[in-house]
Design a protein around this ligand. Structure first.
Ligand SMILES: Nc1ncnc2c1ncn2[C@@H]1O[C@H](COP(=O)(O)OP(=O)(O)OP(=O)(O)O)[C@@H](O)[C@H]1O
Ligand SMILES: [Mg+2]
Length: 270
């Protein structure tokens, strides 16, 4: 337990001081995975348009994701899945409640501390890919390393095996606009994983793909995450996709219900 406290306070100090924790990242992650849960959400509530016509999207929601655990969240369109993922990933502020990511309470971090946490320890696969059109495939994928100050040679070394793993060997010079949807999705996955984040947040990682390509990409995501020992929060409309997770939840009425307790079954299309 002493180690846990030492690690947490060391990490906390680094982030509080705005120091980029990237250089020690891999060993940090090894520690982090054995220590605090990857994600703790307690009594989270979130509304849009709070000042005019508030719409309550999340209501007293709680969730814990353990180290190396994969949790899936399914739910109807508009139920708040992306909102929840964005809050966990520090892209939306915590309005009410507590969100802890890798032992750090998000609403106690300032913007640069949050950015450091995200850059060093979180891999985000966005619902709409969010590739940068003016960067080629190689530069899109290695962007998290470039932002962390990793030099060109090291970036190239880390890129090569990942490019191969996602089946895009030889496509590094291509720009996003010439890639198919599935290829863009694979670039987005590679970008989310290249810095070996302790936590991967995936918003509909197969949402824009046909069933077969979706399965291939999901298998790829699953194997890269288990190789890297990352925790995963996976948002999806598909109960089949959710099946890769250790636990699944249905998001409904602003809360999460364990999928096995739900009356909802696999025949229901989201
Ligand atoms: N920035 C925003 N301002 C106002 N309302 C928003 C904003 N972002 C999302 N919403 C609303 O919050 C609700 C939940 O949106 P969210 O994107 O979290 O749903 P979702 O479950 O991810 O849906 P989908 O499955 O279609 O991606 C929606 O009704 C949406 O219109
Ligand atoms: Mg969404």
């Amino acid at each position: 337990m002493g180690n846990i406290k030492a690690f947490q306070s060391e990490r906390h100090r680094a982030i509080q001081s705005g120091v980029n924790t990237t250089p020690a990242r891999n060993s940090d992650n090894d520690f982090a995975k054995q220590l605090a849960p990857a994600v703790v959400v307690e009594n989270l509530s979130h509304a849009y348009n709070r000042k005019t016509r508030p719409r309550h999207i999340i209501e007293s929601l709680s969730l814990t994701v353990a180290h190396k655990e994969a949790v899936a969240i399914v739910g109807r369109s508009g139920s708040g899945k992306s909102t929840l993922l964005n809050i966990i990933g520090g892209l939306e502020p915590v309005q009410d409640g507590v969100v802890q990511v890798l032992g750090l309470q998000l609403n106690k971090l300032n913007d640069s501390q949050l950015t450091n946490l995200r850059r060093a320890n979180i891999g985000f696969i966005y619902q709409a890919f969010n590739l940068i059109p003016t960067l080629n495939v190689a530069d899109n994928i290695t962007l998290p390393l470039a932002l962390a100050g990793v030099n060109t040679k090291d970036r190239a070394e880390q890129l090569a095996p990942l490019l191969d793993a996602v089946g895009l060997d030889g496509r590094g010079e291509d720009y996003p606009d010439v890639l198919s949807g599935g290829e863009q999705q694979r670039v987005a996955i590679a970008r989310a994983l290249i810095h070996k984040p302790a936590l991967v947040l995936a918003d509909e990682p197969t949402g824009n793909l046909d069933a077969k390509s979706g399965r291939v990409i999901l298998g790829l995501l699953q194997s890269l995450i288990s190789e890297q020992g990352s925790s995963l929060v996976l948002v999806t409309h598909s109960l089949e996709v959710a099946g890769i997770a250790d636990r699944s939840f249905i998001m409904t009425g602003g809360q999460l219900a364990p999928a096995q307790d739900s009356h909802i079954n696999g025949s229901l299309a989201w």
